[in-house]
Design a protein around this ligand. Structure first.
Ligand SMILES: [Fe+2]
Ligand SMILES: [Fe+2]
Length: 316
């Protein structure tokens, strides 16, 4: 068999696997573009989980009660766990974790733009749980059926925890809404700040998202950015009504014909500016992440030496 026909066979096997909605596993042959796209997407996702610990971590020492503090600690710790599953999934594609971290702290790989906004009040903890984790769920539930096995399986567990995060955020806001006027105002002010950035989490509009089509053909992605954004808007409006808050968009209205809510256009120039590094907290987030990495160097060195000693010991 010639090399050419062998690689054609491999491509055909890959295509059939995708067409049959079966999974591609790490040892299977896959096109280089598929591998690269997945590494980029999974790394970006992992980085978002890890950087996403910072905005809420900001409130751990100032949580208003022991109950709220322990909930918040558990939630932030979950996000660390999500990052670790995802780095492991990227490693099954041949990526090196140290290299991914180096790319994050040198700005060569991105993370979600949402985590470059500051958390100014405790209501932000609730709103992040409700809207940011809520948007993450909309994005991630279809990823449970991603064609790449390790990614899809990691997403199943991540989504279970995300839905818990969303409910804790909503419960926190419900509690605040039943409190004083000042607390209700704090919630509304927070919703006003986070609504548009949450809509931007789905990425640019479909006609400006060049990779979407290929990712959908590979069944990495199952829905377009605009479809998911619409789903999120439709889901959030009744929740806002139950809570007693409004979204800062005069164009929100039910469209009977489409059976969906109409909504306004996010400020895409703001989105691009944040992605390019000019959001309120980009520098702070990366500086913190770099410091944590550097301060952890001795732990990595000690673990490496320990592992080598263990190996030596077991050879004797
Ligand atoms: Fe997460
Ligand atoms: Fe979360």
């Amino acid at each position: 068999m010639t090399t050419a026909t062998m690689s054609e066979d491999l491509q055909e096997l890959f295509d059939t696997t995708i067409a049959d909605d079966q999974r591609i596993e790490p040892r299977d042959w896959m096109p280089e573009g598929y591998r690269k796209t997945l590494i980029r997407q999974i790394a970006q996702h992992a980085h978002s989980e890890i950087i996403g610990m910072q905005p809420e971590g900001n409130w751990i020492t100032r949580a208003p009660s022991l109950r709220r503090k322990s909930i918040l600690l558990a939630k932030v710790q979950d996000e660390a766990g999500h990052g670790l599953y995802l780095y492991s999934a990227a490693e099954t594609l041949g990526a090196d974790r140290a290299d991914l971290t180096a790319k994050l702290i040198s700005g060569r790989q991105k993370y979600s733009s949402i985590f470059n906004y500051p958390t100014l009040t405790f209501a932000d903890v609730g709103v992040i749980g409700w809207l940011v984790d809520g948007a993450a769920i909309c994005n991630q539930v279809p990823l449970c059926r991603s064609s790449f096995g390790p990614y899809g399986r990691a997403m199943i567990r991540v989504c279970k925890e995300e839905s818990f995060h969303q409910r804790q955020g909503y419960e926190l806001l419900m509690t605040m809404m039943q409190g004083t006027d000042a607390q209700r105002e704090m919630v509304q002010e927070s919703v006003d700040r986070w609504w548009w950035p949450a809509l931007m989490m789905f990425g640019p509009p479909d006609d400006e998202s060049p990779n979407t089509e290929q990712s959908m053909n590979w069944r990495i992605k199952r829905h377009t950015n605009d479809e998911l954004r619409q789903r999120f808007v439709d889901m959030s409006i009744p929740q806002a009504e139950a809570l007693g808050v409004t979204f800062p968009d005069p164009n929100l209205s039910w469209n009977e014909e489409r059976r969906h809510y109409d909504f306004g256009e996010p400020d895409w120039s703001e989105f691009r500016a944040v992605i390019e590094g000019n959001g309120a907290c980009n520098v702070e987030r990366i500086t913190n992440r770099r410091a944590a990495h550097e301060n952890g160097a001795w732990v990595r060195e000690a673990a490496t030496v320990f592992a080598a000693r263990e190996r030596e010991g077991s050879q004797k």
